[in-house]
Structures are given as C-alpha cells and as structure tokens.
Design a binder for this molecule. Structure first.
Ligand code: GLC
Length: 429
C-alpha cells in the first residue's frame, strides 16, 4: 500500500459524515427520552434538584471542586449576579513525578476527603463558619440538592470506599475531623455549574457542556417528570453509546480501561483519552511503515514520553516543535499534524451531533428556538481549532437552523456554579 493510503484509511475511519451526525443526534434524543422516564438507556439522566436561579442570590460561599485532575477550594462573594473570588487554593490529585496519587485504589475516601478539607482550611481565615457548595464531577444519583450517591467513578479514578456513598457526607465528616464548622449544603455536577453560571448571563442558556479531562452535558428540562418544574438534568453523556462509529483504537482503549464498556463517547472525545488514542494511531501507522520510516529514535521518544492531549494540540500548531521534540522529518511532523487534526475534528463533530440531539429533545423534534450552549474545559478552550470546528459542524449539519445556536465559552462554572447552588440551597434551609 502506498504511504498515503494508510494515512487516508485512518482519516476515513475517524470521519463523521453529516448523515452519521444526524443519525447520532436522533439516537441521542431517543436515549434522553428513555432515560428520563426510567427506561434502560446509556444516558443516566440524573436529576440535579436545581433549575434556574432567580438571580437575587447573595452572600459569601465556600466551594470545593473535585474534577479528577485537580481539587480546588475557593471562597466567592455573589451579589447582583456578579462574583468576586475572595480566595482559592488548587492542588493536583496526582503528582507528575509519582510522589503521591490521590486517585489510586490505595487511597481511601477518608484520605481523599481529608485532602479536600485541608484545601478549605487553607482559605477559611478566622471566621470558621459558613456554607459550602460542592462540585463533584462524577455520576451521582440525587434525591435532593444535598443528597447524592456516587454511582461509580469515571476518568479512571479508583479511590476506595466512595462509590455508593454521599460525597457531601464524607466531606462534612472530613471538615468536622479538622475542626471546620463549614457546612456543605449543595452538591452539583460540573456541567450543572457551567449551566447555572450561563443562566446568570444569557436568557437562552439551556445546555451546559464540559470538554475537558472528561466529557459530559446537562440541559434544562422544562417539565421534569419528578417535579413538573424546571430542573437541570445531568445526562452523563460521556456514557452515550448508541450507533457510535467506534474504531479499533477506541476498542483497545476501552478494553484496557478500569471501566470497560462504560463511558464510550467520553473515551472517544475527551482529554483524558485523546493522547492515548493518538499513541495507538501512531503505533499503527509506524507498524505500517507510514510514519517514522527508518527512524526508530522518534517512535522510541513517543513511547517513552507517552502522548497527552496537549501533545496532540502541539502536533497541530507547532510543526517546528514536533520536529525538534521527536527528532523527526518535516514529512513525519505533517503526518502527526494530520493525526492531531483528525482526532480533534472527530471530537468536535461527535459532540455537536449530541448537542443537536439535545436541542431536538428540548424543541420537541424540530429545532425552532434559540439555544445558548455553555461550554467549559481545556479541550474547548485550549485545543487548537475546536470552537471553529464545532461552529463549522453545526452549520454543516443544521444548515440555516445553525443560526439559532450559540456556543459560548463559560469559564469556571465548577467554582461559581457551586457558589450559586449553595446560595440557592441556603434559601430553603
Ligand atoms: C465525567 C464524569 C461527569 C463529568 C465529566 C466532565 O464524564 O462522569 O460527571 O461531568 O467527566 O468532568
């Protein structure tokens, strides 16, 4: 096979045609509607017990944000729909040099939540009282704004003794162990936090999306079956799996994962896995003689360092860096750039397909209302070309209807959103 044919085959495997996109959108809508009424579905459709904040929320609130890569404790003031970040502290959960790892099986829930309590301790100052909102970005079934149960970890976290328990009870116990009188009053998903902040900013905000280490989306359900009222639903859309064009690379990643068979969409689009998919493609093209031909050194550098999402990003933007870092030819660097662009384009197009599914559900089968989609996360914010690729996909898939949709970067929903949720919860204490 000619050199380019291998590359072209790879590109084809990762293509999402507009016919496929609409098929995915329709499958997604069906999965939402099944999940919402409790039928078997890959979408968990978890109620959040929060809808649209009124906008008159006020006060100072603590927040803890547990996303999977970092944990952040912060203190915010909310007033007149505006926020002031009074203080914050952020710590990695895993040391890059391997000195500590708060995501491993050996870590107990107690150790993990003591670590969170310590973040709160560092910013609480003298007062030692107040209320706290917790952004806990993992699938949790909720029966109230402060009542949650972790269903299972995602993003390859394995901490023991947390699944099946209420993270806010564990947090409260840890705070008490440290003599901290701050009380957790709300627990939300990061997508929900992003949408809450967007609701403060845009009248038509009805979808919240995270494109970061993980991938997930939530939306505002106008008449939730549980309450008949507005409620944000955390779909756990990273677990969507109906009719996805899964490649052999995705399957290999899934088999190796600590949760095989789960989070299929997330494994295809999110930051945690993007570098791994790229590594597998690189290995395959190398084996086929379509990359690093006669340059064993380059493949060994990649094998040694591994690839992460940010490396995939620099394949796209910085050919010179690629040539220097992997000691490869211009031709090889161009192949790496094509790999990066292909993977990122697949991410953009798959996610847009699901967004169309959400809007089809909200607008009951035909998109006719304006929608603001609030998006946060490093893949949207920092990965080259992603916002433009998503806009282009929307126009390609929806034609003139795309004008009804605005994609907006909404930053720090997981901090500010938790403060809003705490403020809403405190009103009904
Ligand atoms: C994973 C989690 C989900 C979270 C997302 C983004 O998919 O299961 O709860 O929203 O990552 O952080």
């Amino acid at each position: 096979m000619a050199f380019n044919e291998h590359l072209n085959n790879f590109i084809k495997e990762f293509e999402i045609s507009s016919i496929k996109a609409i098929e995915i959108a329709n499958n997604f809508k069906v999965a939402m509607e099944d999940g919402l009424i409790g039928k078997a579905s890959s979408l968990k459709m978890l109620p959040s017990f929060i809808g649209k904040p009124s906008g008159d929320e006020e006060g100072v609130f603590y927040t803890v944000d547990m996303g999977g890569t970092n944990v952040r404790g912060a203190k915010f003031q909310i007033r007149n729909r505006e926020f002031k970040n009074l203080d914050e502290v952020k710590s990695r959960l895993k040391d890059p040099d391997g000195k500590f790892n708060f995501t491993s099986k050996e870590t107990t829930g107690e150790i993990l939540f003591d670590f969170f309590a310590n973040c709160v301790y560092q910013i609480m100052g003298e007062d030692n009282k107040g209320y706290l909102g917790h952004t806990f970005s993992f699938p949790s079934s909720q029966t109230g704004i402060n009542e949650a149960k972790l269903i299972h970890w995602t993003k390859e976290i394995q901490v023991s003794g947390v699944e099946g328990r209420n993270p806010n009870t564990l947090l409260h116990e840890a705070l008490k162990r440290k003599g901290i009188n701050i009380e957790p009053v709300a627990i939300i998903n990061d997508t929900v936090g992003t949408l809450l902040v967007a609701e403060y900013m845009y009248e038509d905000a009805d979808i919240g999306v995270i494109m970061g280490t993980g991938h997930n989306a939530c939306y505002l359900e106008r008449k939730h079956p549980l309450t008949g009222k507005d409620m944000i639903v955390n779909m756990e859309s990273g677990n969507f799996n109906v009719g996805l064009p899964i490649t052999k690379y995705d399957r290999a990643i899934d088999e190796k994962s600590v949760i095989p068979g789960e989070q299929m969409l997330e494994k295809m689009v999110s930051g945690y896995y993007l570098g791994e998919v790229a590594s597998l493609v690189v290995e395959d093209l190398y084996a086929q003689g379509a990359l690093f031909k006669g340059n064993e050194k380059a493949i060994n550098i990649i094998r040694k360092k591994g690839l992460e999402a940010q490396n995939v990003g620099s394949f796209i933007t910085d050919i010179e860096k690629t040539i220097n870092e992997y000691e490869c030819s211009m031709e090889d660097a161009e192949v790496l750039r094509t790999i990066g662009e292909t993977l990122v384009n697949r991410t953009a197009r798959l996610i847009v397909s699901t967004l169309i599914g959400i809007m089809l559900h909200i607008d009951e089968g035909e998109i006719k209302n304006p929608h603001v989609v609030a998006i946060d996360g490093t893949i949207y914010e920092k990965m080259p070309k992603v916002p433009a690729l998503m806009e282009a996909a929307l126009t390609e898939f929806l034609k003139e209807k795309a004008e009804l949709v605005s994609l907006k970067l909404v930053k720090d929903g997981s901090g500010l959103g938790a403060a809003i949720a705490a403020a809403v919860a405190v009103k009904s204490l």
